[in-house]
Every structure is written in structure tokens, then in C-alpha cells.
Design a protein. Structure first.
Length: 334
């Protein structure tokens, strides 16, 4: 961790040790922080979809805020990730009628024309061709890589902070949220069926809602004997969100930011991005065009954040650090 980051932590510890620091301000922050999870769960209850995972999510967020000054600093950096999860889960409440038409045949034809492979004179999708290589080892490896998607994205906050600066971690975190906002708008205004949908239902445009499908991840479930992926994907709030692939987008965004650290991490994250992309194809969750658009979203977001938003992000985080960390309620441990 660099000198600026170390100084920030020391300053935070000193401020938390001052019992006389703005108790009125602390009480206001405490009220707001405790009220937001209640409102979050209440909203899901009123909308008819309150689940145990919403209580768990709320407890994790509250824990990060109250456990220690270090966890509160990480909470601050993770606010864009928290907002992303809240907004993503909220997409489930958009009426299915608003998502019409679901694009099924168009993306399939584009994929076949641009990236189809010829076998015995007949063109087929790369996804379909990869089905010839199914085996338990690839099933497990590709599934594990696929499940690492968001955990790795979160861990990169620590990596960029320790290797470069807290400011780089802040901009990466905000870029993650901005890229997801672009993706969510695409899911709503241009919903696209994934390869598994075509394999299961053909090129028929759905007129009624369907549950998400774990597709190739079902093989992993069978191997471990637990319907882990099936439960995740059947509860997914976004079923027709093949474009863009955020699995590819998250990995690409991390790789782009890693270019500002050192060549070792950039190489490692480059390999990770490649493996994530191959896993998305192998597991029948995305077309090649989905991956390319995910890469494009990552590149455009990086440019937007670094060129136009960097200064504002720095000022915003300084404001939040002062009011939520330095002047915030006490933590359980200093």
C-alpha cells in the first residue's frame, strides 16, 4: 500500500478515537445507514419478492460499515458494487411486456454469418461446435472460472489500491458501476436471448416470461451433486441479457486497468479474460458477438471515466470519506 493510502488509514484511526467529534453528525449518519437496509427489504416485501438473500445482503453491507475503520473504507470503495447489485436485482420488477420484442433470430443469424464454423460443408455456431468437446474436466474448470466473475472484480479493488493507489481503485470501482448501467439499459431496450434459449426453444420469440437456465453449468451441478448453478440462474432477474456479456466485460475492464499496474498482473488478467470468454462460449451462455460488445462496453467506460469523470470521482470520494468515515459513527473495532 502506498504512503497516501497508509496515511488515510492512520488518519481514520485517529478520528475514530476522538469521542467528542460531531456527535450530532454521527447520529444522523447512523440513522440513515440503519434506515436504508430496512427500506431496501421493505421495498422487496411490498413488491412481492422478499427473500433471505436480501437480509443476508443487508447484513453484509452493515457489517462492512460497522466492523472496523478498515472495513468501512472498503465499504466506501465498494459502494458502486452495492448499487450495481441493488439495481440489477430491481430489473426483475420491470413488466415482461415492456421488454418486447425479445431478439432471438437476429443475433443468432449474425453469429452464424460472422463467426460460424464450417463442418462438412454445413455452417454451425462456435457454441454448437464446442459441444463436441464436452468432458467433466472442462465442465468443472469452466464453471469455476465463470463463478469467479464478480469475486475477482471485487478483489481487484484491493489489487489496484495496493499496486498503484486508492484513487485508481476508486475510478475502477465507479467504472464498474457505469459499465453495468450501460448494460442494464441494453437489457431493457434490446433484450437478447442466449444460445441456451435457442437450443431449448428454437428461434421462436417468447411471448411469456421464462426462467433463466444454467445451461452448461448444469453439468457442474451434476458432478458436485448440488443444484448450485441451477438455483442461481432460475432466480436471475435478467433472463434475456446476452448482449453485452458482462462476464467478458468485467474481465476486460479489470485487464484494462491492470495495464496501469505492472506487466505480471496485466498478463495474468489477460489470460483470465481469455479463459472467461472461452468459458462463456463453452457453457452456452454467450455468443462471440456478446463477448465483443462486452469488451467494447469496458473500453468505452474506461475512456469515459478516465478522461471525463476522474476529477469528479476524486472529489466525490473525498467528500464521502470525510462524512462517512472520518465523521461517521463509531465502529466495533478501531
Amino acid at each position: 500500500m502506498n504512503q497516501d493510502s497508509s496515511s488515510s488509514v492512520v488518519l481514520t484511526q485517529q478520528v475514530f478515537s476522538d469521542p467528542a467529534l460531531r456527535p450530532d453528525h454521527r447520529n444522523k449518519i447512523l440513522f440513515v445507514v440503519l434506515s436504508l437496509p430496512v427500506l431496501y427489504c421493505l421495498a422487496h416485501y411490498l413488491l412481492g419478492h422478499l427473500k433471505p438473500v436480501h437480509f443476508f445482503f443487508s447484513l453484509v453491507v452493515l457489517g462492512l460499515f460497522f466492523i472496523s475503520s478498515a472495513s468501512r473504507l472498503f465499504f466506501l470503495l465498494g459502494i458502486p458494487f452495492i448499487l450495481k447489485d441493488i439495481l440489477f436485482d430491481g430489473i426483475r420488477y420491470i413488466p415482461f411486456e415492456w421488454l418486447q420484442p425479445i431478439h432471438v433470430e437476429g443475433p443468432y443469424r449474425w453469429e452464424l454469418d460472422w463467426f460460424g464454423v464450417s463442418t462438412q460443408g454445413a455452417p454451425m455456431l462456435l457454441n454448437e461446435y464446442l459441444l463436441r468437446f464436452l468432458n467433466p474436466v472442462l465442465d468443472v474448470v469452466s464453471a469455476l472460472i465463470y463463478f469467479l466473475n464478480e469475486p475477482v472484480a471485487i478483489l481487484l479493488i484491493f489489487l489496484f489500491w495496493s499496486l498503484r493507489s486508492k484513487e485508481l481503485a476508486e475510478r475502477y470501482s465507479v467504472a464498474f458501476l457505469v459499465m453495468n448501467l450501460f448494460a442494464f439499459l441494453t437489457y431493457v431496450f434490446y433484450p437478447v436471448a442466449a444460445p441456451w434459449y435457442v437450443a431449448k426453444y428454437g428461434l421462436v420469440t417468447p411471448q411469456l416470461p421464462v426462467l433463466g437456465d444454467a445451461a452448461g453449468l448444469m453439468q457442474f451441478d451434476r458432478i458436485i451433486g448440488v443444484p448450485f448453478a441451477e438455483r442461481i440462474y432460475t432466480m436471475s432477474p435478467v433472463v434475456f441479457g446476452a448482449i453485452p456479456s458482462m462476464h467478458a466485460g468485467f474481465a476486460m475492464l479489470g485487464w484494462i486497468y491492470s495495464l496501469r499496474t505492472n506487466w505480471k498482473w496485466a498478463t495474468l488478467l489477460g489470460v483470465y479474460t481469455l479463459l472467461m470468454s472461452l468459458s462463456a462460449l463453452y457453457l452456452q451462455h454467450h455468443y462471440v458477438i456478446d463477448l465483443l460488445i462486452g469488451y467494447a462496453y469496458a473500453g468505452l467506460t474506461y475512456g469515459l471515466v478516465e478522461v471525463f469523470l476522474a476529477g469528479g470521482i476524486g472529489r466525490l470520494y473525498r467528500f464521502l470519506t470525510r462524512h462517512l468515515v472520518h465523521e461517521g459513527p463509531r465502529t466495533l473495532w478501531k
